[in-house]
Each structure stands twice: as structure tokens, then as C-alpha cells.
Design a protein around this ligand. Sequence first.
Ligand SMILES: NC(=O)c1ccc[n+]([C@@H]2O[C@H](COP(=O)([O-])OP(=O)(O)OC[C@H]3O[C@@H](n4cnc5c(N)ncnc54)[C@H](OP(=O)(O)O)[C@@H]3O)[C@@H](O)[C@H]2O)c1
Length: 210
Amino acid sequence: MKILLNCAMSVDGKIALPSRKETAISNREDLERVHRIRSGVDAILVGIGTILTDDSKLTVSEKYVKVVKQPLRIVLDSRGRTPPTARVLNGQAKTLIVTNESCKKIFSGADVARFGKDRVDLKALMGHLEKSGIGTLLVEGGETVMWSFFRQGLVDEMSVFVGSMIIGGTTSPTLAGGEGFGSLEDVTRLRFAGCEQLGDGVLLRYEVVK
Ligand SMILES: NC(=O)c1ccc[n+]([C@@H]2O[C@H](COP(=O)([O-])OP(=O)(O)OC[C@H]3O[C@@H](n4cnc5c(N)ncnc54)[C@H](OP(=O)(O)O)[C@@H]3O)[C@@H](O)[C@H]2O)c1
């Protein structure tokens, strides 16, 4: 299974405001690109933090893509905190909520899978998705989930849109949160794969060195 990661950040590497509130970092050109990528993958994955702050729908919009194909929406939600009113449960596409093995919650409008004792066991989940026929997975955030995917060496390719703005703030979420790598030997190394101007911003593309 191929794992792609995509996000939008400010020039100072922040992916949202210090309050964690979503902010429009992507411009129209980038949104078109994101919806095109979404429509070409089998599944899109985010963490519960993103659902609680942004109430993301994770669907492909007809506004940006001519032939709409809705990928599976996946939420990492160990403790089953996805609210029943969350837009990711709106029925516009299939949704899979992934909890840990001790969470007994069920969700109207979503299937449930359970992996791991505490947080979701990503490697077990990736194995399950692959067996279920998911060939490409798009990881869209937030900072804790992106960190987990990097730390476990699961990302193959990433694209980052850099919006022409500074957000600042030591508490603003960044592209990779978590505890960070402790030494230079451990950092995730990237191979530059191209860049282009998108409107007033820049798109950077990388492959992850494995
Ligand atoms: N600019 C962008 O492109 C972009 C995109 C998406 C999000 N964002 C921003 O990112 C912020 C949200 O980031 P966040 O870090 O708070 O939330 P997050 O990364 O979306 O979700 C993190 C949560 O997922 C759950 N989880 C379950 N299994 C996990 C695992 N194996 N690894 C990591 N997490 C796991 C954990 O909660 P439990 O322990 O309760 O399960 C964890 O706290 C928001 O400010 C949002 O606006 C920005």
C-alpha cells in the first residue's frame, strides 16, 4: 500500500492557529489540487483531533473535480470521541472509525475497526487496510497523526503547500508534532521531488528515504 501525506502550512511551519482553530492556509489552486488527489486515492485518514477542531468532511467536492469518486474516510479515534453530529458521519462517503481494542462504542453512519491497546496500532491497521484492498492512503493530519506516521516510517511520499503567511505561536500545531526525534541519526530524511508555484503559494514534493 502506498501512503501519501499532504498538508498545508504557513512559511513558519504552522498548520493552524495557536488556538488550533483551522485557518485557510490553502488557496484556490491548492484546494483544487487536494480534491484531485483525494479523488485518486482509496482512503483518506485523519486523527480525532482534526475532527474535533475542524469538523472535516473529508469528501471530494464537485466544485473542484469533474468526475467525483469518494474515497473511504478513516478516523483514528482510540476512545470513540467522534461526535454523532460530526460531518465525517454525514453519509456522503463510507467512513471507518478506528478505536482501540477496549473501546466498545459503535457509530451510526460508520463501520468500526479496533486495533491496539492504547492508541490505534498503525501497523496493524495498515495491514488490515491493505488486505481490504486499499492501494493508496492519503494522510491529511493533524500534527499528532502525521508525527506518528513519520516516527513509524510509514510515509512514502509527501506534499506540502506553503501558504504565504506567518502564523507564529509556540503552541500552534506544526507539520509533525509529538515528542520529535531525539537525534540527527533518527530524523526522517526526505528526497526533494519537485516544487511549483500555486497561485500566491508554493507546493513542495518529497519522497521519504527508507
Ligand atoms: N493545515 C493542514 O493541512 C491541517 C490538516 C489537518 C489538521 N490540521 C490541524 O491540526 C490540528 C489537529 O492536530 P492534533 O494533533 O490535535 O490532532 P490529530 O493529529 O488530528 O489527532 C490526534 C489524535 O488521534 C488519536 N490517535 C489514535 N491513534 C493514534 C496514533 N496511532 N497516532 C496518533 N494519534 C492517534 C489520539 O487521540 P485519542 O488518544 O483520543 O484517540 C490523538 O490525540 C488542528 O489544529 C487542525 O486544524 C491542519
